[in-house]
Design a protein around this ligand. Structure first.
Ligand code: NHR
Ligand code: GAR
Length: 226
């Protein structure tokens, strides 16, 4: 239960396979996570994640960006569809369209993204290859509040994975996905319990500003200074 006593109504936005969506479905089913998954929206008509949603009995919607003349009108169409479901929380789960302030301001402080890198390293696309090319020993993923600054909003949780000598972008992406499936539902659980909020451009946990993201060690979530 959230603070108000009602479950956090949630919209999940996807563009593709939806394995992070599946992690939310599974965590909600098992009772680890108390979200009301109201709708899954894709900007692509062909997205395996839509079938995952249907199998779980979640409503699906599709708003194709190609049907709109510009980003602002695409975002306005997203809002028109999503608002019918009165979401408290918007979860970007492999959603591949950059959102304009039209969208960000409408759901201010209530949008999560998961980005496949240890932000602030490698915002944008092609993160796994960039980590390999840089010779990084560690890579991973970051859950953050989405703001107007692409992949620049306040960070909430990071999970790290090693980069192996023979890694390809694909093998590394698979290792990162496994950690994503663990950290993303945990971030949402903190939000659903009312402990995690966005305020004044920062993430707050238990009314304390999160200066550094929480770290997931493969088992538990901890503060970096603990
Ligand atoms: N929107 C805002 N305002 N802020 C963020 O932090 C966002 C966002 C929209 C999406 C996800 C992000 C990621 O985690 C995300 C975060 C798409 C692109 C991109 O360049 C970059 C980053 C992210 C998502 N998209 C191209 C575009 O023109 C299209 C690429 C494609 O279709 O393959 O929108 O990585
Ligand atoms: C995830 O690794 C996510 O971090 C990344 O795409 C994958 C989606 O997988 N997101 C982005 O690159 C956003 N631009 P999924 O569809 O199986 O959840």
């Amino acid at each position: 239960m959230s603070k108000s006593g009602s479950r956090t109504s949630t919209a999940v936005l996807i563009s593709g396979s939806g394995t992070n969506l599946q992690a939310f479905i599974d965590a909600t089913r098992s009772g680890e996570l108390d979200l009301d998954l109201r709708v899954v929206l894709s900007n692509k008509r062909v997205a395996a994640g839509l079938a995952r949603a249907r199998s779980a009995g979640i409503r699906t919607e599709c708003v194709e960006h190609r049907d709109y003349p510009d980003r602002e009108r695409f975002d306005a169409a997203l809002i028109a569809v999503l608002d019918r479901f009165e979401p408290d929380l918007i979860i970007l789960a492999g959603f591949m369209r950059i959102l304009t302030p039209v969208f960000i301001d409408h759901y201010a402080g209530r949008i999560f993204n998961i980005h496949p890198s240890l932000l602030p390293r490698y915002p944008g696309l092609d993160t796994h290859q960039r980590a390999i090319d840089a010779g990084d020993a560690w890579h991973g993923s970051t859950v953050h509040f989405a703001t107007e600054e692409l992949d620049g909003g306040p960070r909430v949780i990071q999970g790290r994975v090693p980069v192996m000598p023979d890694d390809t972008a694909e093998s590394l992406a698979g290792r990162v996905l496994e950690i994503e499936h663990q950290i993303y539902p945990r971030a949402a659980a903190l939000y659903a319990s009312g402990r995690l909020r966005y305020r004044d451009g920062a993430a707050w946990l238990d009314d304390q500003k999160l200066e550094e993201p929480l770290q997931f060690d493969g088992k538990n979530v901890r503060s970096r200074d603990q």
